[in-house]
Write a new protein. Sequence first.
Length: 401
Amino acid sequence: MVKLPSIKDKDLELAGKVVLVRTGMDVPLDESGLVTDDSRIQEAVPTVQYLVKNGAKVVLLTHINRPGGKIVENQRVEAVAVKLSIILKQDVKPLSDCIGSEVEAAIREMKNGEVVFLENLRFHAEEEANSDVFAQQLAKLGNIYVNDAFSNSHRSHASMVGLPKHLPSYAGLLLEKEMKVLTSALEKPKRPFVVVLGGAKVSDKIGVIRNLGLKADKILIGGAMMFTFYRSRGFDVGSSRFEADKVSLADDLLNEFQGKIVLPVDVVAADKFANDARSQVVAASEIPPGWMGLDIGPESVKRFSKELSEARTIIWNGPLGVFEFEMFSQGTLAVAKTISEMTGKATTIIGGGDTLSAVEKAGLKGRFSHSSTGGGAMLELLEGKTLPGAAALAEAAARQP
């Protein structure tokens, strides 16, 4: 793991300094702009509290959703600032923009320990374009930069990789925790090390399977991507979703990691993609013509549970079926329960938005060793890639005298 400069570095003086904190508070908002899940806000709180306690003037930055470089009223940060105010038990003032003279004036008036929130960074197209001019406009606002947005650290955006070029830069507590937990699991896992991968596409997980195939003892595959693997073995998958152009690749992966990749032996098949579909449990090789697999079957759950019950390190990313439909959620929920019950006996790490939603649906939130705030960033680390946001901090540290 690359050692990152930390906000807890003993030589870092925070009192009276304007600290720009890039957070990952990209929380879901409803149509009226209200927060529907504050998990990512809660995860950012320790860093904010640490800076406040040490007398910094805290300026928070985040993006929300994908406004595409224009102002979208129900994607403003105001609701996030209100929610954070309640959690911190102090006022968090949302500003009207993230750059410009009015913002600069508001920050000049801040007192030590105060917190303000800049407007959604992605209201400016320059953020995603990684404009250095935009990064310099942001840098003018502060004395120190802190990256606490693990969930966006796989993006080469101005607030992630541009800002560290212009300010002394450090990792926040959440970014440190995420990097430490995930890299430790990959570099020094307690064994057996079992990985559970779900989701729709093999193409999204190719790098992960290749990298973890060299590190893990077992990789349990579920979700729609299992049908691409089935096709590579000559199974008729009916109308199940699969990637025709990745069948050969799936075959290569099964051959390369023979004995490590574990596929479901049965599936819950349906006559249509709907919660009220007719369904039946069938062997993986016996999906009826025109039917589609929408969940792993009970025998697969038993096999997966046995592998998981013997594990001492577990990483899970991606649901194993269409868990949004009650009828096809049982495989995902059963595996979630098994993994949660292993917490304490094993290191249990979960991540990805759909995975976290499934866990919440199962009533198991908080019952894992670590629930990652980043889906894409987590996958890139699992692939063995270096995250641009983390690399930018390391490079900034190397430049400092």
